[in-house]
Design a protein around this ligand. Structure first.
Ligand code: BGC
Length: 332
């Protein structure tokens, strides 16, 4: 009887082991057949890299948005890369990595022409077309530029201030950087526009390192050191916000402020009359058109080397028109 029981238990163990093996085999085969075969994955035919100044800066996110729109429209993959905080050396490393990865094209903000030219030329020598965006390096071998005419944008900022203000003007400038090519042009254009006006004095030019907080600190210092300042010009996207924050802390409510870029915060300050005028740039358009331009170049289509996006001045009464324009743009 004991032997018989032993035989039955042994038999049941064997049966359940066999069943487990069959089940596992079926599962494995099922998983394998669910994996798509490598031939069914098709990669876009062009792979571009877009190298921005600062990863989470709202202005650069708009540029990225434009490039993503191009991804929707064309057979292209765009990788968005940028340092966490503005850092030209890191941007150079990103260009070098893109060259090693043999991408089909590079779109880069050439924030400092001298520093960026050797790597731009290295990419072009390796057969990779490079487009500069937002900030140009015209003496490099870049194939084209897309972005604001930065010198011109400085001149219209100067003209807007002259048109809007009566009497003597003591103006200070908060600029993104004293080294960046485009920021220097924005300041130079402004200075050239005001330099023949005896009623205008340029008090000081300070750098914010494109940080809202640093813009506020520098503006605060200037306001305390030079109480006669009655106007501020901010040349990068977050400078105006910093200038207004400093003015609010010191209770100064009659300063004239001209800022850059139609970011939502800037538009809201314009609405509240804390910013008086804004220089409009087209970051979404830059992102979209930069990809289109690179595709044209790769396909041997004709293209322009210099592609200036629209720049203009808006004041509070222009806000409704701008919002309508953006609303229509969102619908497209
Ligand atoms: C400039 C960008 C810059 C950004 C910083 C914009 O006005 O065009 O180059 O990175 O401001 O916030």
């Amino acid at each position: 009887m004991k032997r018989h029981l032993f035989f039955v238990v042994g038999f049941m163990i064997c049966i359940s082991a066999l069943a487990t093996s069959i089940y596992s085999f079926v599962q494995v085969t099922r998983v394998e057949t669910n994996v798509p075969s490598s031939t069914s994955i098709s990669l876009p035919s062009s792979h571009f890299v877009l190298i921005a100044e600062e990863e989470n800066n709202s202005y650069w996110r708009l540029v990225e948005k434009g490039a993503r729109e191009a991804e929707n429209q064309f057979d292209v993959l765009v990788e968005y890369k940028a340092p966490k905080r503005s850092n030209p050396e890191e941007q150079l490393k990103l260009i070098d990595m893109a060259i090693s990865a043999k991408v089909d094209g590079i779109i880069v903000q050439a924030v400092n022409e001298e520093m960026f030219t050797p790597l731009i030329n290295k990419a072009v020598d390796a057969g990779i077309p490079v487009i500069t965006i937002d900030t140009d390096a015209p003496r490099s071998n870049r194939v084209a530029y897309i972005g604001t005419d930065n010198y011109y944008s400085g001149t219209i900022a100067g003209k807007a201030m002259l048109d809007d203000m009566e009497g003597d003007i003591h103006v200070a400038v908060i600029t993104g950087s004293l080294e960046s090519s485009h920021q220097k042009l924005r300041v130079q254009g402004f200075i050239d526009m005001i330099s023949n006006e005896p009623r205008v004095t340029l008090v000081e030019v300070e750098a914010s390192n494109i940080s809202r907080l640093e813009a506020e600190l520098k503006a605060h210092q200037l306001m305390e050191e030079h109480p006669h300042i009655n106007a501020f010009y901010g040349t990068s996207a977050l400078d105006g916000i910093g200038i207004v924050a400093a003015a609010e802390k010191l209770g100064l409510d009659d300063l004239y402020v001209i800022a850059f870029d139609t970011l939502p915060e800037n538009l809201s300050l314009l609405e509240q009359e804390k910013i008086d005028a804004i220089v409009v740039q087209e970051p979404f358009e830059m992102g979209l058109k930069s990809v289109e331009l690179l595709l044209d170049i790769r396909e041997g289509q004709p293209y322009s080397m210099t592609n200036h996006t629209h720049t203009s001045i808006i004041r509070k009464p222009d806000l409704s028109l701008l919002q309508e324009h953006q609303r229509l743009g969102d619908k497209q």
